[in-house]
Design a protein around this ligand. Structure first.
Ligand SMILES: NC(=O)c1ccc[n+]([C@@H]2O[C@H](COP(=O)([O-])OP(=O)(O)OC[C@H]3O[C@@H](n4cnc5c(N)ncnc54)[C@H](O)[C@@H]3O)[C@@H](O)[C@H]2O)c1
Length: 334
């Protein structure tokens, strides 16, 4: 693991990030598992629930906005953040967004050490070459971040891999997906949770995918491992929520990054997810809002919640629809 100290002009870059970031967030309508905060302070639940009583009428949009604002709990300002896969795409945009929000330390980790260093310079953090599939390197990443900044408040397991392969992908390919998309999240939790549990506070963000809730019809190892990553995030939230640990699962559909642009390059066709794909900056803006609200499920593409609900309410019908989608995507109408 190589340590790269980023010494960029943090103030200037942060200001630029902040400007573009606030523009992004204004243009977004992120979808969370429920539009309502869990305990919306302006929602007169008791009175509304009582039939025949005076109805409480309210300008819904305004009250929802105020309610959401009051419900914001996770403040990124002053927090120490680690982002894996931070050299590119969503990870890079997360680093920029966290710096713009006033994080006191941003640790950029990636297999691409030079790329991590370049992002670190932009956000005034530190860049590290880390292979997240190696537990010793993940432990070392947490140790270096803690030594440099005192503690880790938010760990983002974001690095991921995809190959457009069916069940016949080689064992080594399945293993690579398992190591990066799942075990890296386990290694991170093992490395960082002890200090978080000791403080009774800490946040784990897992970049999963809509494929973890639904499926990626042309990528078996990716679909399976993203389901597993979601299962682990869910388990962490259940096991450690009462101990002050917060967990979010970021589940976008298509995002315009090298992963999306590269994965289908061999087929010569653009990814079916390119239509409606968001920018990495839009996804990062949604993520910041989701973290603020301490939402488990962060869905930058609003339609994913509806798909997920349809899957749960009629699995057979949903499978039929997904078969038709796969036939269309792979060009196999048989
Ligand atoms: N792009 C999309 O359409 C999309 C959609 C849903 C979910 N995601 C998820 O978002 C995450 C980020 O992907 P992206 O789209 O920004 O892709 P990307 O290719 O732009 O970035 C992925 C980064 O992860 C790094 N990485 C890969 N293996 C690593 C390893 N073993 N150790 C350390 N770093 C490693 C790569 O070097 C790269 O910088 C992934 O988990 C991906 O599955 C992406």
């Amino acid at each position: 693991m190589t340590d790269h100290m980023g010494r960029g002009n943090k103030e200037g870059n942060s200001a630029n990030c902040l400007l573009s970031f606030s523009n992004e967030i204004n243009n977004l309508g992120c979808q969370f598992a429920s539009h309502q905060p869990p305990h919306a302070p302006f929602e007169p639940r008791g009175r509304q629930a009582t039939a025949g009583r005076r109805r409480f009428r309210r300008p819904r949009k305004l009250v929802d906005t105020v309610g959401r604002f009051l419900e914001q709990r996770m403040e990124l300002k002053g927090k120490v953040v680690v982002v894996t896969g931070g050299a590119s795409g969503i990870g890079k945009a997360l680093c920029e967004a966290f710096a713009a929000e006033g994080a006191s330390g941003v640790v950029v980790a990636d297999l691409d050490g030079a790329g991590a260093q370049a992002v670190a310079v932009m956000v005034g953090g530190i860049g590290l070459r880390v292979n997240v599939a190696d537990e010793a390197e993940v432990r070392q990443l947490v140790a270096v971040a803690t030594e440099r900044y005192g503690q880790v408040d938010l760990f983002c397991s974001n690095a991921g891999v995809i190959a457009r392969r069916d069940e016949d992908a080689a064992n080594a390919e399945w293993q690579r997906h398992w190591d990066v998309n799942v075990m890296a999240h386990v290694y991170a939790a093992r490395a960082v949770l002890p200090q978080m549990l000791a403080r009774g506070a800490g946040y784990l963000l897992h970049t999963v995918s809509a494929a973890g809730l639904l499926s990626q019809v042309n990528a078996a190892p990716y679909s399976v491992t993203k389901h597993a990553a979601l299962g682990f995030a869910e388990w962490l939230s259940i096991a450690h929520g009462a101990q002050g640990i917060r967990v979010s699962a970021l589940c976008p559909q298509g995002v315009v990054t090298p992963m999306l642009l590269g994965a289908d390059a061999a087929s010569g066709r653009p990814s079916f997810l390119a239509d409606g794909a968001l920018s990495a900056e839009q996804v990062a803006a949604c993520t910041v809002q989701g973290l603020r609200d301490e939402r488990f499920l962060i869905l930058p593409h609003s339609e994913v919640l509806g798909y997920f609900q349809r899957k749960a309410s009629d699995y057979e019908r949903w499978l039929g629809g997904m078969r038709r989608l796969r036939a269309k995507v792979t060009g196999d109408a048989s």
